[in-house]
Ligand binder design. Sequence first.
Ligand code: IPE
Ligand code: IPE
Ligand code: MG
Length: 244
Amino acid sequence: MTRVPQHLALIMDGNGRWATGKGRPRWMGHARGAHTAREVVSYCAQRGVEQLTLYAFSSDNWKRPADEVGFLFDLFASHLERQLDKLLKHGIRLSVIGRRDRLPRGLCDAIEATEARTAHGQRMHLRVAVDYSSRTAMQEAFTMGEGRGEGRSDVRSDVLPNANILPPVDLVLRTGGERRLSDFLLWESAYAELAFLDVNFPDLSTADLDAVFADYAKRERRYGAVPAPAEVSAPTTPAILAPR
Ligand code: IPE
Ligand code: IPE
Ligand code: MG
């Protein structure tokens, strides 16, 4: 088994194009994407991913037509309710990050109930980003720090527990062919590996995930240090400097 990222962040992009490419309305892509998301969650738990953060709705997605936004919220609320037993059975803790104050009341209730029921899940921590903006999360974290008179310029989740600042991300995966982060986990991804797939999210398969994990396992993460000594070949003295 290859080494899997402990914290995988997934930008689930390409639902709309999946649908329009088939001559269908965009909402069908979101419905199919929700199905794929369920499979991804199960598979990641099975592979030993400890933390999975899914980008479901960005704060900029409010720019979309109201019926698309409403459909996404309804879909998420109904999935939370239907997936509860499975989350409990597999020991998956669910949390939602992002703003809550603009979400429909019914969705907030479903989120709070699912978070409370799954709070003791030990196997994997699943976070879903809804009305999420990384810049907003960082701004809030900094403001909270100042408000406490801490006068610090860094952000620590132990100091600021409610600030939507997560543990570091090991791998960001984006489907749908775009190569950008779209305001997702910018702070947390400081040293994340990046992977981009041209496949639209509804078509993402467990074989695709296997390939992404296999590629991740080959990467050497140095965090600014030099490679581990075992991997360094002995330096050869350039002929011009060699003692005569
Ligand atoms: C991602 O798919 C889902 C959300 C952003 C809610 P998109 O809806 O962005 O699909 P494309 O990028 O238009 O194909
Ligand atoms: C990012 O996708 C947000 C989600 C996947 C939820 P978008 O489709 O909104 O991003 P842009 O507009 O292509 O950058
Ligand atoms: Mg998109």
